[in-house]
Design a protein around this ligand. Sequence first.
Ligand code: SF4
Length: 171
Amino acid sequence: MVLFNQFCKINQEVLESKVMKVPSSLEIIQQDIKICKKCELCNTRNNAVPGIGDENADVVFIGEAPGKNEDLHGEPFIGTAGKRLDDALENAGLTRSSVYITNIVKCRPPNNRVPRKEISKNHGQIVYKNNRVYFISFHPAATIYNQKLLDVFKNDIKKLVNELQKIKNKN
Ligand code: SF4
């Protein structure tokens, strides 16, 4: 009986060591961000917002900074704006889990300022730099305040997906 118990214990330890997942580099960075105190924004945030999605995604959406809801939940692009993004992704044949979503600044700046006008001027543009493709568009929250931007945003995402397909076809 003792031997049987020892056998079971050893087997369980082997099993646990096999199923214990080693964190990826991205997961380690995400954990670091959650406890980061490198700037004063850590004093006013509820949660740092590291990012979410497929870490091997072809497309990474990068917003400016977390908003109120994102700060409360620690997740980027949620609430109505997140739904607009999900709809635009679906419309272009993508899903939220197939892309990676994050922000440049990981903690909410108090009283977020409104986006700069340059985005309106340059949306839909594709920039090739250092072997990467950058695509400029509106934050989905902009479509809540200006309904006319909803179709523009959806078309931008479609354009992005078409461009991605062209790149894949070339390679
Ligand atoms: S904004 Fe960036 S640097 Fe500042 S506390 Fe948050 S994660 Fe750290």
